[in-house]
Design a protein around this ligand. Structure first.
Ligand code: FAD
Length: 326
């Protein structure tokens, strides 16, 4: 019997987020052992032509497009109502979101509305003969647990940069334009969203993250990190210590109460390595720490450690990478 999975396609300024392709692959892996899978995409927003065009060959059977001014900015009440309608239309056995700001907010809401099982922050999906299991970090990344769903429908969020992206298909998806119905109980309206983060690359999806801590000492202290990020095509992040000291915006905070990142390379500059920070970056593929204190806890989880002054080391790395990469 064919299983149906609905995926929320996340996009910003007309561009799809990479996690959308990873969520499509997650949808396929989550049900593959049970027979045929039919993947459907929910594209919600305003002026969506560009976005739906990009998704036509993503491997989804259907693209449900809900295009309305009310959907321009994420509003949980609006998006939950739209998703519930699309779940019904798709006959979805499962729903997949990225473990992003939107997914983290919306997935539990949808799970509660559906009375469904919910597994969040999944970093790996494994199939055995009779079941699919989902791995997620617990205790701030110090341990992992494997979970399975016992019933349908189910709701999943996947951490960006962990599940491989879907490869796509020659077969074009059917685009279904669904009329937006404003929920009768709508209590809040988003008037405008003011973007604070200046970074060009989304921190949560960046392949390279250069993070600064209290050791950068001032907002100007972030400049060498920004230069290194530019050369490596990465994003700049921060510890809460740096945010609390007003060296940078909280939008850059990585950790338990900030963003969770899983880049290929994480360079921690002047960060001590408190457990709350490590919770947001310990799953990075390669961790490089620069700290002048050889006893700093960050060195315990680093693959490479450089004991030194970040204001000397970071510019040297930038020059070296600039030469190698040019
Ligand atoms: P510090 O601990 O002060 O470390 C600064 C480091 O810089 C030191 O190791 C020092 O040796 C080094 N240094 C100084 N100068 C130089 C130099 N010139 N060159 C090289 N190295 C230098 N923190 C987070 O990051 N993210 C979170 O999400 C988060 N959530 C929290 C939630 C709760 C409930 C609580 C209680 C705390 C949370 N924290 C979080 C705070 C966390 O406990 C730490 O206080 C914080 O991570 C410390 O930031 P830091 O490493 O930048 O600063």
């Amino acid at each position: 019997m064919t299983k149906h999975v609905l995926v929320l396609a996340e996009h910003q300024n007309g561009n799809l987020k990479q996690v959308t392709y990873e969520a499509i692959e997650a949808a396929r892996l989550s049900t593959q052992s049970e027979g045929d899978v039919s993947i459907h995409l929910a594209v919600v927003g305003h002026e969506l032509q560009e976005v739906t065009e990009q998704l036509k060959n993503s491997g989804a059977a259907t693209i449900y497009s809900v295009d309305h001014e009310d959907c321009k900015h994420y509003n949980p009440e609006v998006y939950a109502a739209v998703m519930m309608e699309l779940i019904e239309k798709a006959g979805a056995d499962g729903v997949v979101f990225g473990h992003t700001t939107i997914g983290r907010d919306l997935a539990p809401l949808i799970a509660a509305k559906l009375d469904a099982g919910h597994i969040s922050d999944v970093i790996a999906i494994e199939q055995s003969v009779d079941q699919v299991s989902f791995t997620r970090p617990i205790y701030a990344g110090k341990a992992f647990e494997q979970k399975t769903f016992r019933s349908t429908p189910w709701v999943l969020t996947i951490r960006p940069n962990n599940i491989p992206a879907a490869v796509g298909s020659d077969v074009e998806s059917t685009i279904v334009e669904v009329e937006y119905n404003q929920p009768s109980t709508l209590r809040t309206v988003i008037k405008d969203v003011v973007q604070k983060s200046t970074g060009k690359i989304d921190l949560a999806e960046a392949k390279v993250v250069i993070a600064g801590g209290r050791g950068v000492k001032s907002s100007d202290g972030f400049k060498p990190l920004e230069e290194l990020a530019e050369v490596l095509g990465g994003a700049v992040g921060a510890s809460r210590g740096a945010c609390d000291a007003d060296y940078c915006d909280y939008a850059l905070q990585i950790g338990q109460t900030g963003k969770v990142v899983t880049p290929e390379v994480y360079i921690a500059c002047g960060i001590s390595g408190a457990i709350q920070h490590v919770a947001g970056m310990s799953q990075s593929r390669l961790i490089i720490a620069i700290n002048k204190d050889p006893e700093a806890p960050i060195f315990k989880i680093a693959d490479y450690g450089i004991v030194g002054d970040l204001f000397e080391v970071v510019p040297l790395l930038t020059e070296e990478f600039r030469t190698v990469l040019s």
